[in-house]
Write a protein that binds this ligand. Structure first.
Ligand SMILES: C[S@@+](CC[C@H](N)C(=O)[O-])C[C@H]1O[C@@H](n2cnc3c(N)ncnc32)[C@H](O)[C@@H]1O
Length: 402
C-alpha cells in the first residue's frame, strides 16, 4: 500500500486531525508504535540509526538537568505562556545560555515547545515532569539509573564481562561508589527512597488486572485453606501495601489473616499513601535475608521482588520462604516474566536498568522455572491475564517438592 510520499502525507494529515478525536487507548497506540517502529527499521540509514541510538541518552540527561533546575516546574506553572531562558534560569541561578542548550534538546524530543528565540512554553507532556505530578518521582527514580548505566561498559570491562551476580558488589557500587546495596543506599537518601516508593505505587495503578482477577484464588487457595489460625497470605516485599489493599477490598473477611512484610522504614510510609490500607491487615517489618517469621501461611506472595536480585540472593530469599512453608503452603510469584525469545525493546531495556542499579535480572519463563525447580519448588502452573500490561505479570504457582 502506497509510497513513502503517500505515507508521509497521511501522517502529516493525521497530525492535524487526530488530536480532535480524543484520547487513543493503549492497544491502539501500541499497535501504531509497533507499525511505526517496523517501518523505521526498514527505511533507516546507518547514519540515522547511529544518531538515534547514540544520541538517545542525551534526551534523558537534558530532562534530568531541566528537572534539577526547576525549568519544567516554571513552564508548567506558566500554563502554556512562553517564558524566556532568562526567566527560566532564575530559580536555579543557572546560566541562561546553558539552560537554552538543554531546552533545545527537550524541544526536539517534544517535552517543551520553542516559541521564539530563547523562549519556551509548556506542552501537554511538560506537566508530567514537574513537581506537580507524581510521575516526576518515577522519572527521578528511573533517571538516576543513567549513572550506573553510563558506567556499565567500564564496569563490565573491569569484570571481564561477567554477568553481575551480587547485589552488594555490582555496577551500582562501582558507579556510585559505595559499599551499600541499592535499597540500603536509598534508605540513606530520602529523596530517592520517596521516589522509589511512589514509583512502585504508581506503576501499580491502572496497569492491567489485579493478580487475583486472573488467578483462581477460590479454587487454588481458599478451597484448600484448612488451618484458619494461620495467615492466609503474606505479601513479602509488598512495599506500601498497594496489592494487599486491593486484595482486601475483594476479600475483606480475610484482612486479619493478611500480612504485609517489608523493611521497617517502608512500612512507616504506608499511611502516607493516597489509598487506605485495611487496618486489620498485619504489618510485619521483615528482612528478606533473615528467617521468615510467619510460618505455615497458606500463601507466600512475592511481586516483582525476585527481579531485584541476582540468583545468588534470589536463592537466599527463596530458602527463607521455603523453610517457613508447610506442605500445603503455596508460593505465588507475580513477575514480569520475559518470553524466552522476542523480548520487547521496553523489557530488554528495563532488564539493563535492573542490572545497573541492583545487579538484578528480568528472568525469562525458563529462568524462573529453573530458579524455582533448583531451589526445592515444584511449579504447578503459570497464569497470565488476557492482555499483558507492564506491571501485570505472570503468576508462577509453586509448592514445596518435599
Ligand atoms: C520492586 S519492589 C516491589 C514492591 C511490591 N511487591 C510491588 O510489586 O509493587 C521491592 C520491594 O522489596 C523491598 N525490599 C528490598 N530489600 C528488602 C529487604 N532486605 N527486606 C525486605 N524487603 C526488602 C523494597 O522495600 C520494595 O518494597
Amino acid at each position: 500500500m502506497g509510497s513513502i510520499e503517500q505515507l508521509t502525507a497521511s501522517l502529516t494529515e493525521a497530525v492535524a486531525t487526530l488530536p480532535t478525536q480524543g484520547p487513543i487507548n493503549d492497544e491502539k497506540r501500541n499497535a501504531f508504535y509497533a507499525a511505526y517502529e517496523n517501518l523505521r527499521k526498514q527505511i533507516e540509514t546507518p547514519i540515522d540509526a547511529a544518531v538515534r541510538v547514540i544520541f538517545g541518552g542525551y534526551d534523558a540527561i537534558a530532562l534530568k538537568v531541566a528537572m534539577d533546575t526547576q525549568i519544567l516546574n516554571e513552564l508548567a506553572i506558566a500554563e502554556g505562556k512562553p517564558k524566556s531562558v532568562i526567566e527560566l534560569s532564575k530559580p536555579s541561578g543557572a546560566d541562561p545560555l546553558l539552560i537554552n542548550r538543554f531546552l533545545r534538546v527537550l524541544a526536539a524530543s517534544g517535552l517543551v515547545k520553542e516559541t521564539g528565540e530563547g523562549e519556551y512554553a509548556a506542552v501537554s507532556l511538560t506537566g508530567a515532569f514537574s513537581d506537580m505530578s507524581p510521575l516526576s518521582k518515577s522519572a527521578f527514580h528511573l533517571l538516576y539509573g543513567e549513572n550506573p548505566l553510563a558506567k556499565l561498559p567500564q564496569y563490565l570491562q573491569k569484570t571481564n564481562y561477567k554477568n553481575p551476580d551480587d547485589s552488594w558488589n555490582g555496577p551500582f557500587q562501582f558507579a556510585e561508589p559505595t559499599d551499600l546495596q541499592y535499597f540500603e543506599w536509598i534508605q540513606q537518601h530520602s529523596q530517592h527512597q520517596e521516589a522509589f516508593t511512589t514509583h512502585m505505587a504508581l506503576q501499580r495503578m491502572e496497569r492491567g488486572p489485579n493478580w487475583f482477577e486472573f488467578y483462581p484464588v477460590e479454587e487454588r487457595l481458599l478451597a484448600t485453606d484448612k488451618d484458619t489460625s494461620k495467615a492466609f497470605l503474606v505479601d513479602l516485599g509488598g512495599g506500601v501495601g498497594h496489592d494487599l489493599a486491593a486484595f482486601a477490598e475483594k476479600y475483606p473477611k480475610l484482612a486479619p489473616r493478611l500480612v504485609l512484610e517489608d523493611q521497617e522504614h517502608v512500612l512507616a510510609d504506608v499511611d502516607k499513601q493516597n489509598f487506605k490500607l485495611n487496618p486489620n491487615i498485619q504489618r510485619v517489618p521483615t528482612d528478606l535475608f533473615k528467617p521468615q517469621s510467619v510460618k505455615g501461611a497458606k500463601t507466600y506472595y512475592l511481586r516483582t521482588v525476585l527481579h531485584d536480585w541476582p540468583d545468588k540472593q534470589a536463592k537466599e530469599i527463596l530458602k527463607n520462604v521455603y523453610d517457613a512453608m508447610s506442605d500445603d503452603s503455596v508460593l505465588i510469584l507475580n513477575e514480569n516474566a520475559l518470553p524466552d525469545q522476542n523480548v520487547s525493546g521496553f523489557q530488554a531495556r528495563i532488564d539493563l536498568f535492573m542490572m545497573s542499579i541492583l545487579s538484578g535480572i528480568d528472568r525469562t519463563f525458563k529462568q524462573f522455572y529453573s530458579l524455582l525447580e533448583e531451589n526445592g519448588f515444584k511449579v504447578l502452573a503459570t497464569y497470565r491475564p488476557e492482555t499483558l500490561a507492564p506491571g501485570a505479570g505472570t503468576i508462577f504457582e509453586a509448592v514445596k517438592k518435599h
